[in-house]
Design a protein around this ligand. Structure first.
Ligand SMILES: Cc1cc2nc3c(=O)[nH]c(=O)nc-3n(C[C@H](O)[C@H](O)[C@H](O)COP(=O)(O)OP(=O)(O)OC[C@H]3O[C@@H](n4cnc5c(N)ncnc54)[C@H](O)[C@@H]3O)c2cc1C
Length: 351
């Protein structure tokens, strides 16, 4: 075999897998597009929020935290839950789930001066961080022996001791194939004759708007509408605002839906005093979930074919621990994760 590992996909899943596997052997990573991080990984909100996700996801968030901190990928941001009149029950449910503290309205307005009078309840915690997503992807790519763009894998054939992969005019052999193709991961499984997981990609849109009223937004927290109905986050001197929608969409290069975006911006608008003007930019990405919304990390039913998929809305915050778990599975090492978490991540649960 020419390589120990072929990683398919140059988003955060593939890049972090490269970092974790590089100590186990030689790594080649193939990305279909002309740039790494073209799809979901280039379109995220770049937040680390430990309590976000189902319990196995939260366990991965927690297990990733030290690696994020050691790599200096975290910058304090803080998270503010914003509730309007009539949303009290949903506000209380969010408050309990996210381990936040209620915050008095005047204290909330001291942090975010544009909160409107429609806001009746606010909660806050400091324990949320911006992630340096570019640095995360770059550090993973650097760990690969070879990372190539313009390599769309179109055939995977089992050969003695591994796999033969073909992309356009290029081909490689590798002992192991890592399927980190995001929303396309089920299609990659199909090429290998592996049963798909039933991945469900959902579109989420985003608008970048000028800093409201020209304010200096750098130290504002991320604001979250009750029931994840919208969120807004400072981003390079502007605000990114998302309707936080989950609209099913087949694997594709997706674009923001104008109507969904307008409705989401209207929900954000209710909570603030400054009018939303024309967005500076808009985009969307696919958040790809398994049927039970936990990641699928580990072995398939075919030797040497491994899943690293279903990152949903947590691909960056879970990346260090998810990739370490993949490497542990391949190396046959005991996982430091709880047994229940390991079972919840096992792709075999869908077979
Ligand atoms: C709007 C939005 C906000 C988000 N906010 C956050 C957040 O705050 N924090 C967080 O942790 N996560 C967030 N996420 C989720 C996060 O972005 C994803 O979980 C993560 O990017 C998924 O990474 P991935 O590498 O699995 O997928 P992708 O980034 O989609 O990468 C998969 C790659 O595989 C490649 N590929 C596909 N088919 C082939 C083939 N045949 N051959 C070669 N390559 C192929 C694709 O071109 C693609 O580049 C957000 C997502 C969105 C859309």
């Amino acid at each position: 075999m020419e390589w120990d590992f072929l990683i398919i996909g140059g988003g955060i899943a593939g890049a972090s897998a490269a970092a974790a596997l590089s100590s186990l052997g030689s790594v080649v990573l193939w990305e279909a597009e002309t740039a790494f991080g073209t799809h979901a990984s280039g379109r995220s909100a770049a937040l680390f929020e430990e309590s976000y996700g189902l319990p196995p996801v939260v366990a991965l968030n927690r297990a990733s935290r030290q690696a994020h901190a050691e790599a200096s990928w975290l910058t304090p941001r803080g998270l503010m839950l914003v509730g309007l009149a009539g949303q009290e029950a949903a506000f209380d449910a969010d408050l309990a789930g996210m381990q936040m503290e209620p915050l008095a309205l005047d204290a909330a307005k001291a942090r975010v001066p544009i909160l409107s009078d429609a806001v009746t309840r606010v909660a806050w915690h400091a324990d949320a961080f911006d992630l340096d997503t570019d640095a995360m992807i770059q550090s993973g790519l650097r760990a690969a022996n070879l990372a190539e763009t313009d390599r769309r894998v179109e055939a995977l054939t089992p050969v003695e001791g591994g796999w033969l992969a073909v992309a356009g005019g290029a081909q490689v052999t590798a002992r192991h194939v890592i399927n980190a193709a995001g929303p396309w991961a089920d299609e990659i499984a199909g090429l290998a004759g592996v049963q798909p997981l039933g991945l469900r990609p959902y579109r989420r849109s985003m608008a970048r708007i000028a800093a409201p009223g020209g304010a200096d937004v750098r130290d504002w927290p991320m604001m979250l509408g009750v029931g994840e109905s919208w969120y807004a986050k400072p981003d390079a001197g502007a605000l990114i605002v998302s309707p936080a929608e989950e609209d099913a969409h087949p694997p594709a290069d997706v674009w923001a839906d104008d109507m969904v975006l307008a409705e989401g911006l209207a929900r954000y608008q209710e909570a603030v005093t400054e009018p939303v003007t024309r967005p500076l930019a808009t985009w969307a990405g696919l958040r790809s979930f398994t049927p039970d919304r936990c990641l699928a990390i580990g072995a398939s039913e075919r030797d040497g074919f491994w899943w690293c998929a279903g990152q949903g809305g947590y691909g960056f915050q879970t990346a260090p621990a998810a990739a370490a778990h993949l490497a542990d599975c391949i190396a046959g090492r005991a996982s430091p994760l709880d047994r229940g978490v390991v079972a919840a991540l096992d792709p075999g649960r869908f077979r």
